[in-house]
Design a protein around this ligand. Structure first.
Ligand SMILES: *Cc1c(COP(=O)(O)O)cnc(C)c1O
Ligand SMILES: [Zn+2]
Length: 444
């Protein structure tokens, strides 16, 4: 079967289309965002049962490139790329962790953490980047001149871009806001040989610069305004249903910054719904840091208006974004899914991450935002004890050790940590050690 996909303007009045091998990020006739559309009539020729069996038969196997959970759904993601041009590092198939102990603490049995950060570069960004870099490699094989691929980043996008480009021998350029990404996030693109530009501005400033250089020159833009990334990221929702034996949660809670991932999550569910793999939709919650909350403010006004904000410093640095590029897509998805936007303060996100860490996980600050928002919605009784809940964990906690250490050592001004655990410093003396052991063992 020759499955087909193309770019299409999200404005239904306009609906302009472009082939996937055209270098285009926004609609040329109306300036709106583009999305990848698939020939659904062709996809409907397989029954829901056949799709499920096909996806299950490929899951975590070694037949290239289908063992990757993104490329295992290639017909739904990007049929255009030839398998020999796929740039994959075995994406997805991440742990869907039953947060049993945390659930017991808060009186909810059916609660799960989808560990999207347990991946090649430590964040969900790998899911989208494999698709984008594969399309670039495909285009290069067709003779298109692309000297480099570039992105602005709050850290994780640049790590993913650098790794995928390095693996495919494609030059990459990353635009980072100076001193606003973690050391782990900075060292990843350095190690993978990207050209790293550390610019004295914030993420939104980097975004403007990279968009300009990509529009004025033929450098390929890898930010999530490029809807190819959304196609890979939408496999999060497909995969989590697959992990529940094609059953659905009632709620999915996800931290949102540039708002590509919330849009992607919705797109994955809608595609399964349209093709009959699921027969209802979950409710989606977008969790924002109070320090960078333009979507939350818009939600309070029923999405009637949207105003960018100047993002303030937050521990959740990957979502420190005041002018999200995918806002129109995100609002459309939230309306379709009876969605909620809620926010979390610095104290709330740090405490929520630490509280759940104590039950055996290791949560990044963005996951902390989603966890704090979950606790709020449970408190408000919007989420019921009998509901099935999935919280999307977006990055590996080890990328954010400065945040973790500072929390436990109580080094952050204005923060009041309730779950900190300080190291006890001792001389090398048995009695002192014994005393420390027996006077503290009860408290932990
Ligand atoms: C990119 C990122 C987000 C935000 O995703 P958007 O698509 O920009 O909303 C959240 N958490 C982490 C760890 C990220 O890297
Ligand atoms: Zn248009």
């Amino acid at each position: 079967m020759n499955y087909k996909a193309w770019f299409q303007c999200i404005d239904e009045q306009c609906g302009q289309t472009y082939p996937l091998n055209e270098i285009v990020y926004k609609c040329k006739s109306c300036g709106n965002l583009l999305e990848v559309m698939h020939d659904m009539e062709l996809l409907k020729k397989k029954s829901p049962k056949e799709w499920k069996e096909l996806f299950d038969s490929r899951y975590r196997r070694q037949s290239w490139p289908f063992g990757s959970s993104v490329w295992g759904k290639k017909e739904w993601v990007c049929p255009y790329v030839e398998s020999e041009n796929v740039v994959s590092m075995y994406e997805g198939a991440t742990n869907l962790f039953w947060a049993e102990r945390f659930g017991k603490q808060v009186g909810i049995e059916d609660i799960w953490l989808k560990m999207c950060g347990n991946s090649h570069t430590g964040s969900f960004k790998d899911l989208g980047m494999t698709v984008l870099v594969s399309v670039v490699k495909q285009m290069m094989s067709e003779g298109t001149d692309i000297p480099a691929v570039a992105c602005a980043s709050t850290g994780d996008t640049s790590a993913a871009l650098a790794a995928y480009c390095a693996s495919a021998a494609i030059p990459s350029i990353v635009f980072l806001p100076k001193d606003k990404v973690s050391i782990a996030q900075l060292v990843q693109p350095l190690s993978n040989g990207a050209l790293v530009l550390s610019i004295d501005t914030d993420f939104d400033g980097c975004m403007e610069l990279v968009q300009r250089i990509c529009t004025e020159h033929n450098i390929y833009l890898a930010n999530s305004i490029n809807s190819l990334r959304i196609e890979g990221q939408k496999t999060i929702s497909i995969e989590l249903c697959q992990q529940f034996q094609w059953d659905l949660p009632d709620w999915v809670i996800i931290p949102g910054g540039n708002l590509g991932n919330i849009s992607a999550l919705g797109k994955g569910f809608l595609m399964m719904y349209e093709l009959g793999l699921i027969n209802k939709l979950p409710r989606l919650v977008c969790a924002q840091a109070q320090q960078a909350n333009p979507l939350y403010l818009s939600y309070l006004k029923g999405f009637k208006e949207f105003h960018p904000v100047k993002a303030k410093t937050t521990f959740a640095s990957a979502i420190q974004i005041g002018n999200p590029v995918s806002v129109n897509k995100a609002i459309r998805i939230l309306k379709r899914f009876d969605g909620i936007v809620e926010q979390a303060s610095e104290n709330e996100l740090a405490d929520a991450a630490a509280m759940v860490d104590k039950t055996g996980t290791f949560n990044c600050p963005h996951t902390g935002v989603a966890l704090a928002v979950f606790l709020k919605l449970k408190e408000k009784k919007v989420i019921k004890p009998s509901d099935k809940i999935v919280i999307i964990s977006t990055a590996h906690g080890l990328k954010f050790v400065e945040f973790k250490i500072g929390y436990h050592k109580d080094q952050f001004e204005g923060l009041n940590p309730h779950f900190s655990n300080r190291p006890i410093e001792l001389p090398c003396d048995f009695d002192a050690v014994k005393d420390a052991v027996f006077s503290n063992i009860q408290a932990s």
